[in-house]
Design a protein around this ligand. Structure first.
Ligand code: SPQ
Length: 427
């Protein structure tokens, strides 16, 4: 598709859709707890709908009246064998977390997805689950999907030191640990998003978290809840950056989830001198707020270490931000980007270079020389929603030529209303 060019400024107020990570987990917790869970502001995007349909196939009754979702949960033990292999589409979160939920099932399930999922490593989840007693296999050394999982009749708790920083692996182990007898201990490599831990508490369970150490005992009974999903900071990130780099802009983004394990992008924007202010609000379970951004003069920064998991999904759009800053921005310790929907290090470097950016891929990140103006070109999302949205924001800066984006439909994975929200700000 041809992307619209707009250099006159983005102005106005938007409210981004519900958080993807929390929406997935709200269906999962609804299914494994007892009673009716009511979900408000659920993200009706392809990824979260894949989770919803997966649990319907596992015998869970779920009703959606277009506004509220109701999940009738009856505990892990009442999940039923799916009649056919479960298609989880593009969603890494679905396939990895559901593997942990199925760890104690007394049946076999096959999970598969699209061409991007078929390349994503599952051994990171299947290895610890096997240690707990699950029988599982995927394809090749990395055990890519399709994967087959047969639950262990009696799961053993483990002490697991994570070789990588991953909320998905941690969450899969937590779901399995809830079905084991005894205490499971997880030692994280770096602190990652903690929505699963938060929701265990919200659903009446017990979990101890001391920085990177997570402990929980098995055989806990969870109780259905009402979940109000806050707006997704990972979706808001595209408009935060747009507001900072498109001349003459001021954007207000309402109801943005501000869980501290997700707010690394705000730290980076502030370190780069971006004009960003926050008005925080606190509901029962989630911190959220209104974020206001204005066009800014930006300076380069270095991004590495413990902050990386707090902004891992924002690195493509942060790379674009860095192309508009003065100086050289260096991103390190982000090798996990290579195993997302596409290799995001190579995709960002390759596609932004086609538009005139000075950006070099490294083994674990990117080196970006700022200050280059962008021009038109033919680029692709590689089927990756975050690459697609980043390229659309890049297209707003182009003064000469047009940007043509292939596979733009990937954006619906997490933000079906993205183009409509952008149009609202461009009026
Ligand atoms: O679900 P999926 O495809 O893995 O989603 C992504 C994304 O960009 O939306 C990654 F591609 O987000 C992951 C994130 O990178 C969502 C997530 C979660 O909800 O637990 C955790 C992160 O992945 P990981 O591998 O670091 O645990």
């Amino acid at each position: 598709m041809q992307l619209k060019i707009n250099a006159t400024g983005l102005n106005g107020t938007i409210e981004v859709p519900g958080d993807k990570s929390i929406s997935h987990r709200s269906i999962m917790f609804g299914a494994i707890s007892h009673g009716e869970t009511v979900i408000k502001n659920f993200l009706r995007a392809e990824d979260c709908l894949s989770t919803l349909h997966a649990f319907e196939q596992l015998g869970v009754k779920i009703e959606d009246d277009g506004e509220i979702i109701r999940v009738q949960g009856d505990g892990f033990e009442h999940l039923k064998a799916a009649k056919q292999p479960i298609d989880i589409g593009n969603s890494g979160t679905s396939i990895r977390l559901i593997s942990g939920i199925l760890a104690g099932s007394d049946f076999t399930t096959t999970l598969f997805g699209d061409d991007t999922i078929a390349k994503r490593p599952m051994n990171r989840v299947l290895n610890p689950l096997r240690q707990m007693g699950v029988v599982a296999r995927g394809v090749g050394n990395l055990e890519t999907p399709p994967i087959e999982i047969t639950g262990g009749s009696k799961l053993t708790p483990i002490t697991y030191t994570m070789p990588i920083a991953s909320a998905q692996v941690k969450s899969a182990i937590i779901f399995a640990a809830l079905q084991a007898e005894g205490e499971t201990v997880i030692i994280e490599k770096e602190k990652t998003r903690d929505h699963t831990e938060d929701m265990i508490r919200q659903f009446g369970g017990e979990i101890t978290v001391e920085d990177k150490l997570v402990k929980l005992r098995g055989s806990q009974q969870l109780v259905a809840q009402e979940v109000l999903v806050p707006g997704d900071i990972s979706s808001a990130a595209f408009f935060m950056v747009a507001g900072l780099i498109v001349p003459n802009s001021q954007i207000t983004i309402k109801n943005v989830g501000l869980n501290p394990t997700r707010t690394g992008i705000i730290d980076v924007i502030q370190a780069m001198g971006g004009k960003l202010s926050i008005e925080e609000t606190q509901s029962d379970n989630n911190v959220a707020g209104t974020v206001i951004v204005k066009t800014s003069e930006l300076v380069a920064t270095e991004i590495s270490g413990a902050i990386i998991p707090r902004l891992i999904d924002e690195l493509p759009i942060i790379a674009l931000l860095a192309t508009q800053a003065s100086g050289v921005t260096v991103i390190r310790d982000a090798e996990e980007l290579k195993v997302k929907e596409t290799n995001r290090i190579d995709a960002v470097a390759c596609e932004l270079s086609k538009l005139g950016a000075d950006i070099t891929p490294t083994d674990d990140g990117l080196i970006i020389k700022g200050g280059k103006s962008l021009h038109g070109g033919k680029v692709t999302t590689y089927g990756d929603h975050r690459i697609g949205m980043m390229l659309q924001i890049a297209a707003l800066l182009v003064k000469e030529g047009r940007v043509e984006l292939e596979r733009s439909e990937a954006i619906a994975t997490s933000y079906p209303r993205f183009f409509a929200d952008l149009a609202k700000l461009s009026r």
